[in-house]
Design a protein around this ligand. Structure first.
Ligand code: NAP
Length: 300
């Protein structure tokens, strides 16, 4: 098949291109900076420019469009806002252009941890999203995710597959031992709230790319959680990751001081966030994770 990958120069995109080529697909990378080397034919467009995206997809004539666009190499408020726009405007641009170019399928990166912190510690794809999160930044992220998913699943004539990735780890991610969180955890700079029962479902970048490959090759559509086999409470993964990095155990702080010390999101992750069940991806997509955080987090 002819596959266009938007976000081909990113961590997941870079891992995905060789997997697609090895399966015999004709791959075209949609890039915004022509000078970046990619192992595929290229078309050039800023995803937020509808005219450029239309021209790029009409030139590439894809059967499948894969959307792996984020601006999250930086963890700033601006990067989250740009990512929200990539999820809403960027997705709308890709959909409009994909329809005109005759594509039959969209495969789109979403997140598994946008669910509201209600009910079981580990949730399925049917759980409600945290649209009314008390933190305005996180509410904006979740609302953009919901809008993206609605656009993709509601597009007539194009089959949509949403991959809700868990918290990414692996080389060059935030959780790389040399990355921002990894380095802070290794130095004992992230304290742990006294009740750290929030659950994180992690996902290695290579497993994220393998899930995207399964989605491209499958006729199945819909929403799929994609995460490792070991959803873990903060009280489990944070001290274990510190130990694997050879760092000191995280300092415990009273729960009522934790939000001030950690910031809203990290405190939420450690105390209230829910993990993700992946049964649907296993049975319907035929995908399963190859590495868990316990074995891969500290090796980058
Ligand atoms: N589930 C998760 O935990 C999660 C999800 C997303 C991201 N992240 C974090 O973000 C980092 C990277 O992950 P990733 O592979 O998803 O993202 P990434 O490596 O930042 O890649 C994003 C891709 O989107 C492209 N892009 C961004 N804005 C664009 C625009 N306006 N037009 C066209 N292309 C645009 C980038 O192109 P350029 O190369 O030109 O910038 C790049 O190819 C990691 O550190 C990860 O931890 C985590």
């Amino acid at each position: 098949m002819r596959v266009v990958v938007a976000g081909a120069t990113g961590l997941i995109g870079t891992a995905l291109l060789p997997l697609l080529r090895a399966k015999g697909h004709h791959v075209t990378a949609l890039v915004r900076d022509e000078s970046k080397a990619v192992a595929a034919d290229t078309v050039v467009a800023d995803a937020l420019d509808p005219v450029a995206v239309r021209g790029a997809l009409l030139a590439a004539r894809p059967d499948v469009v894969v959307h792996q666009l984020t601006a999250l190499r930086q963890m700033s408020a601006e990067a989250f806002e740009t990512t929200a726009r990539l999820r809403t405007e960027g997705t709308a641009n890709l959909i409009m252009a994909a329809r005109e170019a005759g594509a039959a399928k969209l495969v789109v990166q979403s997140i598994s941890f946008a669910t509201a912190p209600l009910g079981d510690p580990v949730l399925t794809e049917d759980a409600p999203l945290y649209l009314d999160a008390p933190d305005p930044g996180w509410a904006r992220t979740v609302q953009a995710v919901a809008e993206m998913e609605r656009l993709v699943l509601g597009t007539p004539d194009i089959a949509g597959t949403i991959l809700r990735y868990g918290t990414l780890f692996g080389p060059q991610t935030q959780y790389d031992p040399a990355g921002p969180f990894g380095a802070m955890i290794g130095r004992g700079q992230i304290p742990i709230p006294s009740t750290a029962t929030g659950v994180t479902s992690f996902l290695h970048v290579q497993d994220a790319a393998l899930a995207a490959l399964s989605a491209v090759d499958s006729d199945v559509t819909g929403v799929f959680n994609i995460a490792d086999d070991e959803p873990a409470e903060g009280a489990t993964w944070l001290p274990e990751y510190a130990r694997l990095l050879g760092g000191p155990p995280p300092r415990q702080i009273p729960s009522d001081l934790a939000e001030k010390a950690l910031g809203w999101f990290a405190n939420y992750q450690l105390t209230a966030m829910r993990g993700a069940r992946t049964d649907r991806a296993r049975t319907e997509l035929g995908w399963k994770p190859t590495v868990s955080w316990r074995h891969g987090l500290a090796s980058g």
